[in-house]
Design a protein around this ligand. Structure first.
Ligand code: AR6
Length: 181
C-alpha cells in the first residue's frame, strides 16, 4: 500500500493523470465534488459528457466514463456514479466497489499512472463513511495487487472525518496482522 496516499485537499487542484468525479447518472453536473469539478474545469467537460450520453446513454450506478479535464491540472476526469445509500440491502457495497474498480480500469485503458479519488457516495448519496472507507481501501488494495502499472493512488478527502477514517483503514490494510484478507 506504499503506492496509496490519503490527503486532505480540493481534488480539482490535483496534478495527476486522472481525477475521479462522484457524478450522477445524467452526467450533467450537480453539487458537491461534481459541481466543483465542472466549475473549475470549465464547459468542455460538460460538452464531452453530453456527447457520451448522446452515444451510449446515461451512466449506470457503478459504471464509469472518461473525459478530458478542461482547464484542470489533471489530464482526464473519470466520472463514476456511486450508489445512493438506502438501507445497505440493495448491493450498495458491491456497487461502490464497482466504482473504484471500473474507474481504475478506465485509467489503465488511458495510460494513467496517477489517479485521485474523492470519497465517492459519502456526501449527497449518504453512504456511511466508515463502511465506504473500508470498501475504498480494500478495493484499491486488490486492484493494485493486480496492476503494477500504477505509480500512485490518492484518496483526496474534503472533510476531517473521511480523512481520519481513510488513514485508519490504510494503516490497517498496510499491516498484515490487522489486514482483512
Ligand atoms: N474535492 C474533494 N472532495 C470533495 C470536494 C472537492 N472539491 N467537494 C466535496 N467533496 P458528493 P456523492 C467530498 O456529495 O455523495 C452530486 O450532486 C464530500 O465531502 O460530492 O457521491 C452529484 O451530481 C464527500 O465526502 O458526492 C450527484 O448527484 C465526497 O466528496 C451526487 O452529488 C462525495 O460527496 C453524488 O453524491
Amino acid at each position: 500500500m506504499e503506492r496509496v496516499e490519503v490527503i486532505k485537499r480540493d481534488i480539482t487542484q490535483m496534478k495527476v493523470d486522472a481525477i475521479v468525479n462522484a457524478a450522477n447518472s445524467s452526467l450533467m453536473g450537480g453539487g458537491g465534488v461534481d459541481g466543483a469539478i465542472h466549475r473549475a474545469g470549465g464547459p468542455q467537460i460538460l460538452e464531452e459528457c453530453k456527447k457520451i450520453v448522446a452515444t451510449q446513454g446515461e451512466c449506470e450506478t457503478g459504471e464509469a466514463v472518461i473525459t478530458t479535464a478542461g482547464k484542470l491540472p489533471a489530464k482526464f476526469v473519470i466520472h463514476t456514479v456511486g450508489p445512493v445509500w438506502s438501507n445497505g440491502k440493495n448491493q450498495e457495497d458491491c456497487l461502490l466497489a464497482d466504482c473504484y474498480r471500473n474507474s481504475l480500469q478506465l485509467a489503465i485503458d488511458h495510460g494513467c499512472k496517477t489517479v485521485a479519488f474523492p470519497n465517492i457516495s459519502t456526501g449527497a448519496y449518504r453512504f456511511p463513511k466508515n463502511l465506504a472507507a473500508k470498501i475504498a481501501v480494500s478495493t484499491i488494495k486488490y486492484c493494485l495487487q493486480q496492476h503494477g502499472e500504477f505509480e500512485k493512488i490518492f484518496f483526496v478527502c474534503f472533510d476531517q472525518e473521511n480523512f481520519d477514517l481513510m488513514q485508519k483503514e490504510l494503516i490497517a490494510a498496510s499491516n498484515p496482522e490487522t489486514s482483512i484478507p
